[in-house]
Design a protein around this ligand. Structure first.
Ligand code: HEC
Length: 435
C-alpha cells in the first residue's frame, strides 16, 4: 500500500518536472531581458549595469528577483487595471514568474543553442534620419555634485511654419548615463518668457513666467529607455516660423567628467496633416499644501468644446508627489478611467501613450493628484513647509501634459470651454506670497 503511494508520488512529481523544467537563461530569461530590460540595461545606456550576457546577468540574479517582486523594474507605474498603453513596458504575469523561477532554480545558464538572436539596437536616431538637427554647444558635466537644471536656447531660424511628424532629443553618446531627462519646449520668439535669454547654455531658475510647456508647446522629452516620438500618419505638431527650441536638461553625475552635446532631431510631415497634435497641459497652479499633510488632494480639469482624440498622458509632480489619476467624464455623465498611478515616482517621468481615445464634444478631462508633505515621505526636503506651485524641485507642480489630436482647421483658441468650472485646490489655509 505504502509502496504504491510512493510510486504514485514519484510519478506525479516526475511528470511535473518533465512538464515544467526550471527556466534557463538562454531559453527563458534572455528573450525577456531583450524585450523588457535591455532598452536601458545595455552598455552606454542609462541603467548602471548591462543585462545582456549570462555573465552580466548572473551576479544580479537576487536583485532581479527582488526588483521584479517589488515591481520596481522595469520602471512602469501605471495600475494595470486602468487604461491600455501602447508603450507599456511592464512584465506580464508569465514573464515575472519565469524570472523569479529562474532565480529560485539557481539561475542556470542552460544551453547556448536555445538562445535568441542578439537584440539589434538602433544606432543613433530612433525616429529615422532627421530633416533638421539642432545641437547645443558643449556643456561640461562634472564628475560629481548636484547640478541644477540647465537651460539651452536653440533658435530654429525657420522662416515658415513646420509640421513635425517625428521628434527626438538625444544626449551625446558619452553623456547618456549622466542625462537624467531632457524636456524640449518651443517658444514663439516674442514669448515674454524668452526675453533676455542668451543663446546657448545657462544655469537658471528657469525661464520664469510661463512654466515649462504651459505658455507654448512641449515638443518632446527624453528619459532613459524611451525612443523618440513619432506621431501617427496624418497627425503632426505645428512648430511656428521663428520659434526657438528651449531645452531643460537634468544631469546626474556618475563619477566621470564628460562633455555633453545634446541635440534635437525633427522630421517634417511631407504634406499638411489632416489633424494637428496639440500639447495641452491640464494644470492646477494654485497649489497650497499644508505642512505635514500626508494626503493632500489637488484637482484640475478642462472641458473640450469639440470632439478630440487623446494620444498621450504624462503626469508631473515633484518630490511630494504621491499618486495621480486621470479620467474623462463624458457628456452623458459616465466616467471613463484613463490612468491611475498609485505610487508616483518623480525619478521616472513617464509618458503613457493611450493610442487614440476618442473624447466627444463636451467631455471633461479630469485629473486628481495626492501629495505627501509628511516626514514619512523620504524625499520630502521640508515637512514643515507650506508648499506652493513652482518650478524648483522643492516647490510642487500639478500638471498632466497631454497630446491631443484635433482637425487641422480647428482654431486652437476655441478648444476649451471657457465657462468650465475652474480648477481647485482643496486647501484654504494661509498662503505665502507668490514670488
Ligand atoms: C527605462 C529603463 C530601465 C528598464 C526598462 C529597466 N531598468 Fe533596471 N534599472 C534602471 C536604472 C536607471 C537603474 C538604476 C537604479 C534606479 O535608478 O532605480 C536600474 C536598476 C536595476 C536593478 C538594481 C536595483 C537595485 O535594487 O539596486 C535591477 C536588479 C534591475 N534594474 C533589473 C531590471 C530588469 C530585470 C529589467 C527588465 C525586466 C529592468 N531592470 C528594466 C533602468 C531600467
Amino acid at each position: 500500500m505504502r509502496t504504491t503511494y510512493f510510486l504514485f508520488f514519484f510519478f506525479i512529481t516526475g511528470f511535473l518536472f518533465a512538464a515544467e523544467p526550471s527556466p534557463t537563461f538562454h531559453r527563458d530569461v534572455e528573450p525577456i531581458l531583450q524585450r523588457k530590460c535591455q532598452s536601458c540595461h545595455r552598455p552606454g545606456e542609462a541603467a548602471p549595469f548591462a543585462l545582456v550576457s549570462y555573465d552580466q546577468a548572473r551576479p544580479w540574479a537576487k536583485a532581479i528577483r527582488n526588483s521584479v517582486i517589488q515591481r520596481k523594474m522595469p520602471p512602469w507605474h501605471a495600475d494595470p487595471h486602468v487604461g491600455k498603453f501602447v508603450n507599456d513596458r511592464s512584465l506580464s504575469e508569465a514573464e515575472s514568474k519565469a524570472l523569479i523561477a529562474w532565480v529560485d532554480g539557481g539561475a542556470p545558464r542552460g544551453d547556448a543553442q536555445d538562445a535568441p538572436k542578439p537584440a539589434v539596437w538602433p544606432q543613433g536616431w530612433t525616429i529615422g534620419q532627421p530633416d533638421a538637427v539642432f545641437e547645443m554647444p558643449g556643456y561640461d558635466v562634472p564628475a560629481t555634485g548636484i547640478i541644477g537644471y540647465q537651460w539651452v536656447k536653440l533658435p530654429t531660424g525657420f522662416t515658415e511654419d513646420k509640421w513635425v511628424q517625428a521628434v527626438e532629443c538625444r544626449p551625446a553618446d558619452s553623456a547618456r548615463p549622466m542625462v537624467h531627462h531632457i524636456a524640449a519646449v518651443w517658444r514663439r520668439p516674442d514669448s515674454p518668457s524668452m526675453k533676455g535669454l542668451a543663446q546657448g547654455t545657462f544655469a537658471a531658475k528657469g525661464p520664469g513666467a510661463g512654466e515649462l510647456g504651459m505658455s507654448d508647446g512641449l515638443l518632446a522629452d527624453y528619459v532613459p529607455g524611451m525612443p523618440g516620438l513619432i506621431f501617427p500618419a496624418g497627425k503632426a505638431m505645428l512648430l511656428p516660423a521663428g520659434a526657438d527650441i528651449l531645452l531643460q536638461i537634468h544631469y546626474t553625475p556618475t563619477g566621470k567628467a564628460v562633455k555633453d552635446r545634446s541635440k534635437v532631431g525633427l522630421i517634417f510631415a511631407k504634406e499638411p496633416p489632416a489633424e494637428a497634435v496639440l500639447n495641452l497641459a491640464v494644470v492646477n497652479g494654485r497649489i497650497r499644501i499644508p505642512p505635514g499633510d500626508p494626503h493632500h488632494r489637488v484637482d484640475a480639469a478642462v472641458t473640450f468644446n469639440k470632439p478630440v482624440k487623446l494620444l498621450a498622458l504624462n503626469p508631473h509632480m515633484h518630490l511630494r508627489g504621491k499618486s495621480f489619476t486621470v479620467r474623462a467624464t463624458l457628456p452623458d455623465n459616465t466616467t471613463q478611467r484613463l490612468l491611475n498611478v498609485p505610487r508616483y515616482d518623480f525619478n521616472w517621468q513617464t509618458t503613457y501613450e493611450t493610442g487614440e481615445v476618442a473624447l466627444p464634444e463636451g467631455t471633461r478631462l479630469e485629473a486628481s493628484a495626492w501629495f505627501d508633505n509628511s516626514p514619512n515621505n523620504p524625499w520630502n526636503p521640508d515637512p514643515k513647509a507650506e508648499v506652493i506651485f513652482g518650478d524648483q524641485t522643492t516647490d510642487e507642480m500639478m500638471v498632466v501634459f497631454t497630446h491631443i489630436a484635433v482637425p487641422h482647421s480647428f482654431d486652437r483658441r476655441k478648444l476649451l470651454r471657457r465657462n468650465a468650472p475652474a480648477t481647485s485646490s482643496s486647501y484654504d489655509g494661509p498662503s505665502k506670497p507668490t514670488r
